[in-house]
Design a protein around this ligand. Structure first.
Ligand code: ATP
Length: 357
């Protein structure tokens, strides 16, 4: 129990709306748990900030974020600012420079949330996506812009250190949570250099350090089909930056949509603050309407609480989300209802309170 410093970056679009509900949950927890307090540092880093200041974050962003215990992030993306600016000047520097090399994404069936797949309840696996290197590197360039001979090169960078540490994180999670199997996503039949190194490092770490766990390895294209055909057969899925990004949206899709899916960008050594955010983006199509589902953001706050050591409290927040869905009364539009973002927040707060009476 303690006092925690948390940086809040709500960002753009529905990020602002769903974050407001996550903040209500944190405030409520302070009331319900007298020994917990949060020092929230609200940062207006966003596309609006960029349009005003010419940069996504102030120059001293590291000094501002470094003393925090964790970062709760909303979403970024705005038609007025190029994605390469919003992503590469905000999310990527934080993920990379703070060595948040694990991207953790639980994929779980929830009460009354129908999977678009027939007869698929009981889905429950976690994706460990490599988050600091791989295909999302800014190594490369373009030449002869606008000419017929125009060309672009984008390099994938995979290192033994990078692959081994994400494999270790997946193995440790599997061991800690009583899982039996880790599934690795690869494409070493076609991407013969980087993905062969991936296969070798994954196989070695699993064999030497986690001999009790089964390792299966599938080509990414086949694995995408298996996610649809037999999602219940997965326990822990290990993937590179690009493959993990695609698989986690697919994972969100098979359990009911982006509005329900949380994620953590984790530096397990805790040398740097970790950052928690919904899988979804700023959803410009529904921004400002007050109808976004805040569950992914609130669940991301629960992952943050777990990360800073408040496991029991995190469990209560997740129970509250599940209780609302079980009741099947307050539902936002994306999951078949008419409730507003705020009404969903209020319903979760009520279920949170119910656990303390
Ligand atoms: P960005 O460029 O910021 O990623 P995007 O529209 O391409 O934005 P998402 O923001 O992930 O991608 O949204 C994809 C679609 O999913 C949106 O059009 C929206 O309708 C829906 N969606 C995403 N998040 C939510 C949410 N929390 N509640 C309801 N619907 C959502």
């Amino acid at each position: 129990m303690g006092s925690y410093k948390i940086a809040i970056i709500e960002g753009d679009g529905i990020g602002k709306e769903v974050m407001a509900q996550a903040l209500r949950i944190l405030c409520e927890l302070e009331q319900l748990e007298p020994e917990i307090s949060f020092q929230l540092e609200q940062l207006d880093w966003s596309s609006d900030y960029y349009l005003e200041h010419g940069r996504m974050m102030p120059e001293n962003w590291r000094d501002i974020l470094m003393p925090q215990d964790a970062i709760l992030f909303g979403a970024i993306g705005d038609a007025r600012v190029k994605d390469e600016v919003t992503i590469w000047e905000l999310i990527m520097p934080i993920r990379k420079e703070f060595r948040q090399y694990i991207n953790y994404r639980p994929v779980q069936s929830l009460p009354n949330i129908a999977s678009p797949l027939e007869d698929k309840t009981g889905i429950n696996f976690s994706i460990f996506r490599e988050n600091a290197e791989g295909e999302y590197s800014n190594s490369g360039g373009r030449m002869f812009k606008g000419e017929p001979s125009e060309m672009a090169i984008q390099n994938t960078i995979m290192t033994r250190t990078g692959i081994e540490r994400i494999t270790r994180a997946a193995g440790e999670y599997a061991r800690k949570h009583g899982k039996c199997k880790v599934t690795s996503a690869t494409k070493s039949n076609a991407i013969i250099h980087t993905n062969t190194l991936w296969d070798e490092c994954v196989e070695r770490v699993m064999r030497e350090e986690f001999p009790e766990l089964e390792l299966e390895s599938y080509y990414i294209d086949a694995l995408a089909a298996y996610f649809v055909q037999r999602p219940k057969s997965f326990e822990v899925v290990l993937a590179s930056n690009l493959f993990g990004d695609i698989l986690s949206d697919l994972g969100s899709g098979i359990v009911g949509g982006l509005g329900l899916s949380p994620s953590g960008n984790i530096n397990p050594e805790k040398d740097y603050p970790s950052m928690f955010e919904p899988v979804h983006g700023s959803a410009p199509d529904i921004a400002g309407l007050g109808i976004a589902n805040p569950i992914a953001q609130i669940w991301s706050a629960a992952l943050l609480l777990e990360h800073i050591g408040e496991t029991e409290v995190a469990g209560k927040v997740i129970n509250a989300i599940q209780a609302v869905l079980e009741e099947n009364r307050v539902l936002t539009k994306d999951i078949g209802g008419q409730a507003t973002t705020e009404e969903m927040g209020t319903a979760i707060i009520e279920k949170l309170n119910a656990q303390y009476t």
